[in-house]
Design a protein around this ligand. Structure first.
Ligand code: BGC
Length: 763
């Protein structure tokens, strides 16, 4: 060997050794097979994803195909569960081992409804975003895209390549424990919001999913409940939200839900999976089961499930046997595998694999705070009490652990709080129910270190700002009495796996607000809740803000709204009922049964319904009348209507014109800022269909966020999507535009549609 080659060889060997060491390091995604090495002609980025998938599949054995259609963490609890794979998962909720020799990386999934969860296993930090219900309150599709991009970015940084967030079940049940993971009661608002969110995730080359398909609208009995709903209502409400989100995001995955729908489990429901999702929506990605939501092999495979998660009880050996015996055609297994591979190519997880790096904490905080500022709804502002002036002399800050932080949603969406829970739970008093907690249930949440008290102090540096924890209403009222202003933070801890039995705030918080308001009429209530709550004290308080679970930037965002650095623009994505008596189901279906069964087991009430309980029906008798559609059809006045929200300025609408040519309807109008400060008005367009359509009184069909300087007027022109004007004809299995007299209604909320204009469509 020539001498000059020696150092070169040495260098190459040294580099190779270092590379190998890096590749083999536990904790590096490469070492765990996440980023397999390129192999084969399918690595050509310019080739269409379907063709690339077919080329890979031509090289795959039956075992390799089976490997992709179930999770690798093993043991779903069913016989035969548990893949004999070395566990090289990234630590998220789901892991599917890839096929490195074919260049197919592992799929590493992380729950990420409101931020990346379980991130701390590989990274020190994930950004907590406002709840996705809060995001829906922004009515801002750019904010939705940003929300998704924060999640996508941080998943990449933590070595994941798939998000299993994307909740879009509509709010049929305002007491649903997971409403904070969803996007409200209107299918168009929810579908578009989550569609853009998921697009934001996938634009980071991270696969997204939409869940929980479908009609998983309550947690009570989620594993045993059988939702009964007619086809037309399904298609125009819950399924429409999924349809819009699917089309807008081209999400890689759809997670089928735990519950049954009209007799069949969602994860083996031919109508939901084959006929609607795959055929009618044209969904090209794959259907993965909710965790443990697979119930069969042949039936599930034939009825449209593509991947069992997280184990292999049904889609491991059992599926292999079913394919070998011909019970499940090979073509069906190929379809499952094709859907998974084509999605990996289409989204770019193979071409642009994630690379671990430290999460950009500051960027996340800034984005989260921005979204929070757009999400906080001002519900009441008597005598223009808000915004507060920095010259205020004294403020009593009360309750909700607002001295240290903001609450977050629980369950699989739970993001790790930096430094741990800012409000460590205290031991429960003997005999108290788990839901009651030691401090009236307010601590049954993980609190993030964003202190409203500190943020308020920063805004009013010369004021005396004192804190009272609110456990004793009389002491809190005492402080409020001697303060110029009282701000009461009230919380509603919510989580997957349980619903709230009522719309009331837990513990003594209603009593607290009443006592404080009696002592000081200048009381501002800040709601940090999973969804709508009742407000028996509403007439006695000065102002109310709905801040949802506001995320890691929550405190400065709330303070910016309270002190007016940000002019509020958010509007309600859900109706706030006065009382549960006004809801379609005054009691959540199955609540009594599950509570009794739980009590017999000595567990907390309202669980998902596993544990030997007999199944029960969930009859969604309200059909099409979800949320505001119910209240309007039934002539019930809610506490605050859908679409409602105040600003620190005022707006006037004028010049409505609606014109139709064939199916195209164009609506034009103008909005004027009639106040003296700049703001953003969410202008809403509703439509009443002809009587022959048999629809609720009106539906939202479009909206526009109109940014206006003080005194400014802007024209708005919107072309309505004919799908949103249509009804679903179940007999024809098709959408149809009913010819006749429509009415276009425009205004600032579902109940504030001052402008209206008839328009004839079709016929
Ligand atoms: C939840 C899903 C979640 C999964 C994995 C299930 O219990 O319903 O939303 O993605 O667990 O954590």
């Amino acid at each position: 060997m020539p001498r000059h080659k020696l150092p070169r060889l040495f260098l190459v060997t040294a580099i190779a050794t270092v590379l190998l060491a890096v590749l083999a390091t536990p904790g590096s995604p490469q070492g765990r097979g996440a980023n397999a090495l390129p192999a084969g002609s399918w690595m050509d980025k310019n080739m269409p994803p379907d063709q690339r998938a077919d080329l890979v599949m031509a090289k795959m054995t039956l075992d390799q195909k089976i490997q992709l259609v179930h999770g690798g963490t093993g043991g779903s609890g069913a016989p035969g569960g548990g893949a004999a794979q070395p566990n090289r998962s990234n630590g998220g909720a789901g892991w599917i081992p890839g096929i490195p020799e074919l260049g197919i990386p592992d799929i590493n999934m992380a729950d990420s409804a409101v931020g990346v969860t379980r991130g701390a296993a590989r990274s020190r930090y994930s950004t907590l975003l406002p709840s996705s219900l809060g995001l829906a309150a922004t009515w801002d599709l750019n904010a939705a895209h940003l929300y998704g991009s924060v999640i996508g970015r941080e998943l990449r940084d933590q070595g994941y390549n798939m998000s299993i967030g994307g909740g879009v079940d509509i709010t049929r049940e305002p007491r649903n424990g997971r409403n904070f993971e969803y996007a409200g009661e209107d299918p168009i608002l929810a579908g578009k919001t989550v569609g853009q969110l998921m697009k934001g995730v996938q634009d980071q080359h991270i696969m997204g999913d939409l869940k929980h398909y479908a009609l998983n609208d309550q947690e009570t009995g989620r594993n045993i409940g059988n939702v009964i709903l007619d086809t037309r209502s399904m298609r125009e409400t819950d399924l429409l939200a999924f349809e819009i989100a699917c089309r807008e995001s081209q999400a890689a995955g759809v997670m089928c839900s735990y519950n049954k729908v009209n007799g069949d489990y969602a994860c083996e429901n031919d109508y939901l999976l084959n006929q609607v999702l795959k055929k009618s929506f044209g969904f090209q990605g794959w259907v993965l089961s909710d965790w443990g939501g697979t119930h069969s092999t042949v039936k599930a495979a034939l009825n449209g499930l593509d991947q069992e998660m997280p184990g292999s009880g049904f889609f491991g050996d059992a599926l292999k046997k079913a394919v070998e015996s011909g019970e499940v055609p090979m073509a069906r297994l190929d379809d499952m595998v094709h859907r998974i591979l084509r999605s990996m190519f289409a989204v770019g997880v193979i071409d642009y694999p994630p690379a671990q790096q430290v999460v950009d904490v500051f960027r996340g905080l800034e984005d989260s705070q921005h979204i929070a500022e757009e999400s906080i709804v001002v519900l009441k502002n008597a005598n223009k009490q808000l915004p507060l002036n920095a010259t205020v002399k004294s403020i009593a800050v009360i309750g909700g652990h607002s001295d240290v932080g903001v609450p977050s949603g629980g369950g699989s969406a739970q993001v790790n709080a930096p430094g741990g829970n800012a409000v460590p739970p205290q031991p429960r008093p003997a005999g108290a129910s788990p839901a009651a907690g030691a401090r009236g249930g307010t601590e049954n949440s993980v609190y993030f270190p964003s202190s409203p008290l500190k943020a308020i102090r920063a805004k009013a540096p010369n004021a005396k700002v004192e804190y009272n924890e609110g456990t004793d209403p009389a002491t809190a009222a005492g402080l409020a009495k001697t303060s110029e202003i009282a701000i009461v933070f009230v919380v509603q801890p919510m989580s997957e796996g349980r619903d709230s039995a009522t719309l009331s705030l837990p513990g003594n918080q209603d009593e607290l607000v009443s006592a404080v308001a009696a002592a000081n009429p200048r009381t501002i209530v800040v709601l940090e809740t999973g969804g709508p709550v009742s407000m028996p004290w509403i007439n006695n308080v000065g102002a109310v803000l709905a801040a949802w679970f506001p995320g890691i930037g929550g405190a400065p965002a709330m303070a910016n709204i309270i002190f007016g650095q940000v002019n509020p623009s958010a509007k309600l994505p859900v109706t706030f009922a006065k009382t549960e008596k006004d809801l379609p189901h005054p009691e959540i279906p199955g609540m009594t049964q599950t509570a009794q069964a739980a009590a017999a087991r000595g567990a907390a009430a309202g669980g998902g319904g596993r544990g030997g309980m007999p199944p029960f029906d969930i009859p969604y008798t309200e059909g099409l009348k979800v949320g505001y559609k119910w209240f309007e059809a039934e002539n019930k006045q809610p506490l605050f209507p859908f679409g409602f929200g105040l600003s620190y300025t005022t707006y006037a609408y004028a010049n409505l014109k609606a014109s139709a040519s064939d199916k195209d309807v164009t609506v034009t109008f103008s909005v004027k800022n009639t106040g003296n400060r700049a703001g953003v008005e969410i202008a809403q367009v509703y439509v009443s269909l002809p009587a022959s359509a048999g629809e609720p009184p009106k539906r939202l069909v479009a909206w526009e966020r109109v940014e206006l300087a003080a005194g400014e007027t802007k024209p708005v022109s919107l072309k309505l999507d004919s799908r949103f004007l249509s009804i679903f004809n179940a007999d024809k299995d098709a959408w149809e535009l009913v010819p006749g007299d429509y009415k276009v209604l425009v205004g600032g909320s579902s109940q504030d549609t001052l402008l209206s204009q008839p328009v004839k469509i079709g016929g």
